[in-house]
Design a protein around this ligand. Structure first.
Ligand code: NCD
Length: 361
């Protein structure tokens, strides 16, 4: 592999849909026959750079690598690394990638993991970049749907909660648009609706979506209900968060209106949007979903290290050094060395790091 064609996973659409299917199929085989894969990554090292809190993503990646016989290095608290001394993502990644065969990174700024991949000397996997994307949660979700519903097509999927800041929602919606006949019901308050760039993707794929603001009106029609937490850490102020918290709560009473085959998913952690009483309902699949996450990450690590995946270049747009992205959470506004790069849609520019659109003056 040369530096330019590492199979980085920044957004799921870096990989062809056929690779998503082969990764989830391999995960099913690993779950069934784990003994075959023991030692498959002997001598390999995964670097985990977690600049933001994580339980499932980090532990499932680490457990995945250890089960495959590899080793792990990294940090889960940037305060204990040279980041606290002001080191840039570019430099931290450059060094970490010289000690690792694969890097898994989570960071609060949008587009930050793509920025890291630009300087990395090994493949980089996005474990969540701010409120933007979370492709390995999506692989987990696709595997859960495939294993539990038997299909990724023809599903009516309800997304509920913080659809504005929920990166798992953005990645999964984009992915489900690539399969036939899926429909989406977007359940949120006015303030926490799905961002326009995601709605544009849904419309461009020819899929239908409706936006509603109560769970009650959506539940009876759903095959899948994907609940999410209100993302407290992404709000500008505590006041704004307080006005949005506790709005949605799935409880036993609401589950009565759901079909007998509707499944409930949640990337976790849960705060109060699913009452604990729902956990014993056989349709509540969120804990099982988290376990699928480990198998899908074993499969992803193997596929990346075996170079089984075809990938696209990280930046394909036009370099415009003088144009700045308007998104204050975009990495390009924090790391001055990054090339500013935009896709041009007839006068509308889309930042290649965070997908924010801006009008040309
Ligand atoms: C999610 C995340 O970090 O985006 N959790 C996860 O990775 N399983 C969801 C969340 O934090 O709400």
């Amino acid at each position: 592999m040369t530096k330019n064609n590492f199979p980085h996973l920044i957004d799921l659409d870096n990989y062809p849909v056929s690779s998503w299917d082969s990764i989830t199929n391999l995960a099913i085989d690993i779950k069934r026959n784990p003994h075959i894969y023991v030692g498959a990554c002997n001598g390999k090292i995964m670097g985990t750079l977690f600049y933001e809190p994580s339980t499932r993503t980090q532990m499932s990646f680490q457990s995945a690598m250890l089960r495959l016989g590899g080793g792990i290095i990294g940090f889960d608290n940037p305060a204990n690394s040279s980041v606290a001394k002001g080191e840039s993502i570019k430099d931290t990644t450059k060094i970490a990638s010289s000690y690792s065969d694969i890097i898994v990174m989570r960071h609060p700024l949008e587009g930050s993991v793509k920025a890291a991949a630009l300087t990395s000397d090994c493949p980089v996997v996005n474990a969540g970049d701010g409120g933007h994307l979370h492709p390995t949660q999506t692989l987990t979700d696709l595997l859960t749907l495939k294993a539990e519903k038997g299909t990724l097509s023809g599903l009516t999927v309800g997304f509920c909660g913080d659809l504005k800041n929920g990166r798992t929602v953005h990645s999964l919606l984009k992915a489900l648009c690539c399969y036939d006949n899926n429909k989406f019901v977007l359940i949120s308050t006015e303030e926490l609706k799905v961002p326009t760039y995601i709605k544009n993707r849904i419309s461009a794929s020819g899929k239908e979506y409706t936006e509603v603001n109560t769970l009650e009106e959506a539940i009876p029609s759903l095959d899948v209900l994907y609940m999410t937490r209100i993302q407290r850490e992404r709000f500008g102020s505590e006041e704004e968060y307080n006005s949005q918290k506790h709005v949605f709560c799935l409880d036993k009473k609401k589950m009565k209106a759901a079909g007998k085959d509707m499944i409930v998913m949640h990337p976790l952690p849960r705060v109060d949007e699913i009452a604990v009483e729902v956990d014993d309902d056989p349709r509540a699949l969120y804990f099982k979903q988290a376990n699928y996450g480990m198998y899908v990450r074993m499969s992803l690590i193997l596929s990346v290290l075996n170079e089984d995946i075809k990938t696209k270049p990280l930046l394909t747009g036009t370099k415009m050094p003088k144009v700045c992205c308007h998104n204050q959470k975009c990495i390009t506004n924090f790391e001055p060395s990054l090339p500013h790069s935009f896709r041009n849609y007839g006068g509308v520019l889309e930042c290649e790091y965070c997908d924010e659109r801006l009008l040309l003056e």
